[in-house]
Design a protein around this ligand. Structure first.
Ligand SMILES: Nc1nc2c(c(=O)[nH]1)N[C@H]1C(S)=C(S)[C@@H](COP(=O)(O)O)O[C@H]1N2
Ligand SMILES: [Mo]
Length: 517
């Protein structure tokens, strides 16, 4: 019994609860066996639910306002361990991952485990409890996320979840915030465009949606600090300890930045002096300084650059954590330049003067330490290098010899629109290599058409199923990708180590143990 099977059951449960709520008077009747309907179930707060995340404390999950105690179910079904990822939180986002599948029998099992209702207040989400806390109005996040920092909120999904779907649901998309999430009223929101001959242009969300054609781009976004923890393990670095999941792949919808710049008066004269486009967020620190960065004007204005002012992520309004109501999506370029809660765009001859452009997000030699580092000596990171990582199996996993074959999964992506053309996988520490199968869509579905040359913005998922090497007690699994410029990943971390732990794209290695029967 795995998570998939559980979710298949829950899928059915939702259909059923929809039917029964239509006829019943109380929402607590939804999906319950008839005997239970006479006695209303207790109401729990979300805080109570999140306390139940292990077999010892019980495993609770919420679904559609109902609270389920599935401890017994998980205990009875070895292999049901993936459901633990949902423990203490909502099942919906997991269900959304697997909604294409369907099976009935788990429904019957699961519906018996309903123990209560989630309190109405918690269903509506918390109001600001402590007005003094600038993070009090931050959105709710799913407890499955591995939190690197709570305030500001920085978190990534477990790697096994990351490659379950080609398009990363926003709930599982890594969140990288430098400041509190600003609350922006979409009705009064205005985007300021400055520095062009026509004077300042002020656009409402409605203007952006109606005055310009809508464009969608499937693009991966990766933080420069992705895989920092491996670099940190070699020699200490400064920064959030990201695993391999500070990356995600989404379908972004919005207005082309190019169209807005042209409407604001960009032309040949401006092209003579303009070199950079600055982006400023609406998130501000205590001194009133907003998050900001810049990109080269060539990327912003190019028809092939596909830079978006995105108001949609995966077909829905941008979620608060990802920049509601508007963010920049700069495909092929480091996450840091993809400014969220975008308030201002400035065309300039100079790069942004912000801390994040001038002092951070730069790469240095392994020999540079904090006493020697000169930020001015290095360019700002824009396009990212070739990258790949193993998401399944997890490091330290134990595999039974009786399995005979091993399936390895992961993602691969390169910056600057370069397309990943191959992923090599080794099961023996790099002595022998096999070529993994690449895909640019979900399993069993039609894949997206190949991107035009130089515009491969999305990641590729890859998979290799191979016989377990005989005799080996421990396997060192390695992956490395190649892009269409034949760029490859470096084999080890030490030669690319840098004091901020950025740009770790060394071969990714995980160790697994093989258990004899
Ligand atoms: N306004 C604003 N934009 C921002 C940031 C931020 O803190 N504030 N973080 C940046 C960084 S470093 C990254 S990696 C991405 C992360 O985007 P995500 O949270 O949608 O995954 O947003 C970028 N844009
Ligand atoms: Mo980042």
């Amino acid at each position: 019994m795995n998570l998939l099977t559980v979710l298949q059951g829950i899928h059915r449960l939702q259909d059923l609860s929809k039917e029964s709520t239509e006829q019943s008077t109380s929402p607590s009747d939804a999906g319950l066996p008839s005997e239970a309907k006479s006695s209303p179930l207790p109401v729990f707060n979300y805080d109570e639910v999140t306390k139940h995340r292990s077999l010892e404390d019980g495993i609770w999950v919420t679904y559609k306002g109902g609270v389920y105690d599935i401890t017994e179910f998980v205990a009875m079904h070895p292999g049901g361990n993936k459901i633990l990822l949902a423990a203490g939180g909502a099942l919906e986002p997991f269900w959304a991952l697997y909604a294409v599948h369907d099976q009935e029998y788990v429904l019957e099992i699961l519906s018996q485990y309903k123990v209560g209702e989630l309190s109405v207040e918690d269903q509506k989400k918390q109001e600001d409890t402590k007005a003094s806390d600038p993070y009090a109005s931050d959105p709710e996040r799913h407890p499955v996320l591995r939190v690197n920092c709570k305030k500001p909120f920085n978190a990534e999904p477990p790697s096994e979840i990351l490659t379950e779907s080609y398009i990363t649901p926003h709930v599982f998309f890594f969140k990288r915030n430098h400041l509190p999430v600003p609350q922006v009223d979409p009705a009064s929101y205005r985007l300021q465009v400055e520095g062009l001959p026509g004077g300042e242009l002020s656009l409402s969300l409605e203007d952006l949606k109606t005055q310009f054609p809508k464009h969608t781009v499937t693009a991966a976004m990766q933080c420069a600090g992705n895989r920092r923890s491996d670099m940190n393990n070699i020699k200490e670095v400064q920064g959030l300890n990201w695993g391999v999941s500070a990356i995600g792949n989404a379908k972004w919808g919005g207005t082309r930045l190019r169209d807005v710049l042209l409407a604001a008066g960009f032309g040949p004269e401006v092209a003579n002096w303009a070199r950079h486009v600055h982006f400023e967020g609406l998130d501000k620190d205590v001194t009133g300084t907003a998050y900001g960065t810049s990109i080269p004007i060539s990327k912003a204005i190019s028809e092939e650059g596909d830079v978006l002012l995105a108001y949609e992520m995966n077909g829905e309004d941008l979620p608060p954590d990802h920049g509601f109501p508007l963010r920049v999506v700069v495909p092929g370029v480091v996450g840091a330049r993809n400014v969220k809660w975008l308030g201002r765009i400035v065309i300039s001859a100079e790069e942004s003067a912000s801390h994040w452009q001038q002092h951070d997000y730069k790469g240095f030699s392994p020999g540079t330490d904090w006493s020697k580092v000169d930020p001015k000596s290095a360019p700002a990171i824009q396009e990212l290098p070739i990258q790949s990582a193993i998401t399944v199996p997890a490091d330290g996993a134990v595999i039974d010899r009786s399995e005979e074959t091993l399936t390895v999964k992961g993602y691969a992506w390169s910056g600057g629109g370069r397309e990943v053309v191959r992923v090599d996988v080794s099961l023996d520490g790099g002595n022998t290599w096999q070529v993994a199968q690449l895909r640019n869509g979900d399993e069993g579905e039609t894949t997206e058409p190949s991107p035009p040359p130089g515009r491969a913005w999305a990641w590729k998922l890859w998979e290799l199923t191979a016989p377990l090497p005989p005799q080996a007690e421990e396997l060192e699994i390695i992956c490395k990708a190649v892009d269409n410029s034949y760029n490859v990943q470096p084999d080890t971390i030490l030669p690319i180590w840098n004091l901020r732990g950025l740009l770790n794209n060394a071969w990714h290695r995980v160790k697994v143990r093989v258990r004899e029967d």
